[in-house]
Every structure is written in C-alpha cells, then in structure tokens.
Design a protein around this ligand. Structure first.
Ligand SMILES: [Zn+2]
Length: 337
C-alpha cells in the first residue's frame, strides 16, 4: 500500500466524518441494557468510554461516548448500554461507512488483494463442500460473491447499505437482498456455505445473526467469517496508556460502528454456543501479504497528525512484535453446521 495513499486516505475519512457529523445525518433510536451476548451474564467491568469518531477528531460530534465493558465470566468486550437502530438509521450509518471504504473498491491494488483473499477463503470452504449455494451476509459491493461465481458457486448476498446492494446488483449482476438478512425471506437449510466478512463486530446481537446463519445452512454446511482481533498489542497498550493517565477513554471498540470485540477465545465460545462445530480459527498479522493495513491507525487515538511514513514504520515494528507474540490482527474462523 502506497504511503501517499495512506495519508490521503486517512485525511479523506476524517474530513468526511466531520462533514457528515456536522450535517446531523446520524441518529440512533436510543439505548437498551444488554447482557453478555455469549454467556448472558450481566457481570461486566467498565473498560472506559469510547466512540468511533473520538471527541479529539470530531469536535462537533454531539455525543459524549459509549461505555465499553468486558464480561467477567467469558471475556467478551461490548458496548453497554447498546445503541438501538431502526432500518432507516442502519441504512444511513452503513451508506456512510461504505463510502469511507470506497477506496477499497476503486484502488486496483486493493481490488487485487480483496480478490486474492476471497479466493483463499473459498479454497478453505471448498475443502468441505463443493461449489453450490453460498450466502454472503454484509456483502458490500459483492466482490467476494463475484469471485465465488467465477469458481462455480451460485452466489446470494444481503447488504444493509442500499448503494452497495445496488452496485452489487446493477454492476456485478448479483442476486443481493437490500436490508438485514433476517428480513430476506431466505429458506432455512437452503445454503451450503455462509460467509460473514467483518460483520459480526458491527451487529447489536451477533449471536442472533449467527443463529440465523446456522438456520440457513444445510446440515454439514460451512460457515466462514473474519473479525478484527480486539485484543491486539496496540489496543492493550493504548488502553493501559489511558488508565495510567487516569483518563476515562479506552482504545477498545469503535462504537457505534464496532459494538463487539472478539478474541480467539470469545469467538470460539460464541460459535460453539450457537451450535457450530469449529474446524479452525486462524489469524492474519500486520505485514502479511494478505493483510490490508490502512484501517489500523486512522482509528486510534494516537494519530492526530501522523504522516504516512510514521504509520508505515510503526506498523512494521508493531507487526514484527505481534507476530513474535502470536497476536493476530484479524481472526478467521471456519465452522460446520
Ligand atoms: Zn460473557
């Protein structure tokens, strides 16, 4: 990834955020208290206050931040109270969110990387089922599904951002439902594979969506998913930094975008509790050829005015340490119904 592109990208995202937060297009319907989404315990410790925009970046963001907690029983990190979204609000949020990642779909390097990653994931899935019906929940512009189609799969998608769903349908000619998967009317046991790429951490009830995925899969069908590892070195060090300063902020999560944070242990526990048989949980590290680095630093509270060079160097150093300590940045799970 070019360093110039890195800098331009993070600047673009921050300007976009300011403009959109100022325009007041973001809303959610309120909050409700939730128990742990895995073990249902309500015994959780407060890690700190957090929001995706960070008050230091978006001064106009009217909200004071979300409470980030960690379940004392199973270790799941989540936002509590949890924001509530109706469909229109979800569509607004994710139209904006996908626009932040528009560069992903436009840059040829990024498309090549995404295509290669999709191929690698499909190769894993095809060890368990031969190409047949596959559902991508949160399919964005449909790149994964179009790679699946080339490999002989019959691809189906569900996508909450209307612009992305329209792109997948109109430009790529894919069968994509625009909305949340639960409303799509798909038949139970009608898919041989279900894929969720960086989706679970965005949901207000990820166990419920995994239960939907389980119901939609035929017995023996494959689930593949990727989530960010919330317990990375950067997150831990950042959190410790705020605690040492007696600051109420934490680096964990990006509410209201990322509402849940997983480790390999909590991801495993959630999959088992929803009935899946885990085949493998693997990880990808900073600096891996298949790792897309750009989303790392613009989101942290450390980077107010970092240059592309600093970001690239810091990521290299951090990547080397994390690799040695076996702390992946992204977790990939493969499981069977
Ligand atoms: Zn728990």
């Amino acid at each position: 990834m070019g360093q110039q592109y890195e800098g331009a990208y993070s600047q673009h995202v921050q300007i976009l955020r300011l403009a959109q937060v100022k325009s007041g297009m973001f809303a959610f319907s309120g909050f409700h208290d939730v128990n742990c989404n895995i073990c249902r315990s309500n015994d959780a410790v407060l890690l700190g206050i957090r929001d995706a925009f960070s008050s230091r970046i978006a001064q106009k963001w009217p909200f004071d931040g979300f409470r980030v907690v960690k379940c004392r029983r199973c270790g799941l990190i989540y936002v509590n109270p949890m924001p509530k979204f109706d469909l229109k609000e979800l569509q607004n949020w994710y139209s904006w969110y996908s626009s932040c990642y528009a560069g992903e779909f436009e840059g040829p390097k990024s498309v090549a990387l995404e295509t290669a990653m999709a191929g690698a994931v499909l190769e894993q899935i095809e060890r368990h089922v031969s190409p047949s019906r596959i559902l991508d929940i949160g399919c964005a512009d449909g790149l994964f599904l179009s790679v699946a189609r080339e490999r002989g799969w019959y691809p189906v998608g569900a996508e909450v951002a209307p612009s992305m769903a329209a792109y997948a349908r109109d430009v790529r000619g894919l069968h994509v439902f625009s909305g949340v998967v639960e409303d799509a009317g798909f038949q139970n046991r009608s898919f041989d594979a279900v894929h969720l790429h960086h989706v679970l951490e965005h949901l207000s009830d990820p166990s419920a969506t995994l239960a939907t995925a389980f119901a939609l899969l035929r017995p023996g069908g494959v689930l593949s998913l990727g989530v960010p590892n919330e317990e990375t070195l950067l997150k831990r060090v950042g959190h410790l930094y705020f605690k040492c300063k007696r600051d109420r902020w934490t680096t964990y999560l990006k509410p209201p975008i990322h509402l849940y944070g997983f480790s390999a242990q909590t991801l495993r526990a959630m999959l088992i509790s929803t009935g899946f048989h885990i085949v493998q949980i693997t990880g990808s590290y900073l600096g891996d050829p298949a790792f897309k680095p750009y989303s790392m630093f613009p989101e942290t509270d450390f980077t107010f005015s970092t240059s592309g060079h600093f970001v690239a160097l810091a990521q290299q150093l951090l990547g080397a340490v994390e690799k040695r300590l076996r702390i992946p940045e992204v977790l990939f799970a493969l499981a069977l119904r």
